[in-house]
Write a protein that binds this ligand. Structure first.
Ligand SMILES: Nc1ncnc2c1ncn2[C@@H]1O[C@H](COP(=O)(O)OP(=O)(O)O)[C@@H](O)[C@H]1O
Ligand SMILES: [Mg+2]
Length: 244
């Protein structure tokens, strides 16, 4: 039987008390799913992820992670609740080595031997990072940096991993490599919520998707169904020239 990993209900949130960016968002992610949130620039996708992660004030509704109410939990405590979040930008420590970046992701883990074990697991998942473990992260390519950011988040052993536009700025080839890794991460037992502009690539690896606009979820459905949906196609898949 499927189990609900994340349940966002009637979520109202914003940066100031006067302006609510999210105005009643409904979203559910089942355990083991990859779910993508699409939407135009400024729709509130990042705000949604940040509200779930405890970085934006929640003014209404609820957020449950595996049945536990996490609305209002401070962001630095979310890892202990099983939630990890990779921001769109500034998501690695550029002056630290790859290995140090990953170790930072395990800061709540007091047991060195577990950290060592998890490091090796990450290097099995991202062999390129193993070769360069002592290299400064700031010298890496965009795709490699994104891998470091994902690996660092996984070092906290999250049940749910949220990625904010992981493919931003990557070459089409690198986008393919990264999303293939995302599938592998899911196969390790991690549930994923992804925010993306690259609708086609993201939906191709997702189970379901949501389209966010004007602070609400407007469309949701099976990923393949969304890929066929003319409304979604027009807005996000470049079906009509100039709009993609
Ligand atoms: N730190 C912030 N303070 C105030 N308003 C913000 C902040 N970040 C984003 N916003 C506003 O929230 C709205 C949604 O932004 P965002 O969630 O970043 O959209 P998306 O990620 O879908 O492009 C926009 O109108 C944006 O201007
Ligand atoms: Mg954003």
């Amino acid at each position: 039987m499927s189990e609900r990993a994340l349940h966002v209900h009637d979520l109202v949130a914003g940066y100031t008390p006067e302006v609510n960016i999210l105005r009643g968002v409904e979203l559910q992610v089942q355990r083991g799913e990859i779910v993508t949130v699409l939407g135009p620039n400024g729709a509130g996708k990042s705000t949604l992820i940040k509200a779930i992660a405890g970085l934006v004030a929640i003014r209404g509704g609820s957020v449950h992670l595996f049945g536990q109410d996490i609305a209002g939990v401070a962001s630095h405590l979310m890892m202990r609740r099983g939630l990890a979040y990779v921001p769109q930008t500034n998501n690695i420590f550029v002056r630290l080595s790859i290995e140090e970046n990953l170790e930072m992701g395990a800061y709540i883990q007091p047991d060195r031997s577990i950290i060592k074990r998890d490091l090796e697991r990450m290097f099995d998942l991202f062999p390129k990072l193993r070769e360069r473990r002592r290299q400064t992260a700031g010298t890496l390519s965009g795709g490699e940096r994104q891998m470091v950011a994902v690996a660092r988040a996984l070092m906290g052993n999250p049940m749910l991993l949220m990625l904010d536009e992981p493919s931003a700025g990557l070459s089409p080839k690198m986008v393919g490599v990264l999303f293939a890794k995302v599938r592998q991460v899911r196969d390790l037992g991690v549930t994923l919520l992804i925010v993306e502009q690259n609708a086609k690539a993201a939906l191709a690896i997702s189970d379901r998707g949501y389209v966010l606009a004007q602070g609400r979820d407007q469309i949701n459905g099976d990923a393949q169904e969304l890929l066929q949906n003319p409304e979604v196609g027009m807005l996000y898949l470049g079906v009509r020239r100039g709009l993609s």
